[in-house]
Design a protein around this ligand. Structure first.
Ligand code: AP5
Length: 214
């Protein structure tokens, strides 16, 4: 099964993608996580991506497409994947379709997690990310057992630089301009599924499972 997660920054794409990956035994591929790992390891890709990410802007298409095409070559992708944060622009979606078509494949579902902008800024200021393993929490909706400490690896938690309110506002602007057109793109391919992302995390997941199948 090949799935794309769509939705504004902070809509809950990553949260749901992790659950989907675990239930359907497919890899969760997050371009944001891959960039953050590269930034942490101070790679050339990480240094290039950081310039854009710190401002809340998109990393250029050619960098993202090259990265994702490389990732698809790994063995764990053979039974599908859930893509979180890719594609984000029409050129990225077209590059993905072209690559899949060459192997006679296609995306099965594009899941749009709908959350109004006014919810997003509040949500983002409460998100905490682990500096060690990248796990994400929310101080109110998904707290850790011990405050400030990752449940998975025990490392400390931070507010991501791009989760500061002024940057989130820019990410929302960029999202509406560049990613919203993908909604029409996948609607026309008849694979778009909309879920209400303002519901409780488990309810959102159960609505997704109802569409994907048990
Ligand atoms: P990325 O890391 O992908 O950021 P994003 O898309 O902006 O999405 P987020 O990770 O911020 O949010 P999410 O929707 O996954 O929400 P989450 O589940 O964490 O990308 C970062 C940057 O990298 C981009 O800005 C760009 O610069 C660059 N980049 C990445 N991919 C790119 C591409 N393809 N092209 C170009 N540039 C690219 O949830 C958010 C919070 O809400 C959490 O605290 C969570 O616990 C909580 N939450 C989740 N669901 C619920 C719920 N139902 N109710 C209450 N709280 C909830």
């Amino acid at each position: 099964m090949k799935i794309i997660m769509l939705g504004a920054p902070g809509a809950g794409k990553g949260t749901q993608a992790k659950k989907i990956a675990s239930k359907y035994n497919i890899p969760h591929i997050s371009t944001g996580d891959i960039f953050r790992a590269n930034i942490k390891n101070n790679t050339e890709l990480g240094r290039k991506a950081k310039v854009y990410m710190d401002k809340g802007e998109y990393v250029p298409d050619e960098l993202v497409v090259a990265l994702i095409m490389d990732r698809f070559k790994e063995a764990d992708c053979k039974n599908g994947y859930v893509l979180d944060g890719f594609p984000r622009t029409i050129p990225q979606a077209e590059a993905l379709d072209k690559a899949l078509l060459e192997n006679g494949e296609q995306i099965d579902f594009a899941i749009d997690v709908l959350v109004p902008d006014e919810h997003i800024i509040k949500r983002m200021s409460g998100r905490r990310a682990c500096v060690g393993c990248g796990a994400t929490y929310h101080i109110q909706y998904n707290p850790t057992k011990t405050e400030g400490v990752c449940d998975v690896c025990g490392e400390s938690l931070i507010l991501r630089d791009d989760d500061k309110p002024e940057i989130v506002q820019n990410r929302l602007t960029v999202y509406h301009e560049k990613t919203q057109p993908l909604i029409d793109y996948y609607t026309s391919k008849e694979i778009l599924v909309e879920v209400d992302g303002t519901k409780d995390m488990e309810e959102v997941f159960s609505n997704i499972v109802n569409v994907l199948g048990k």
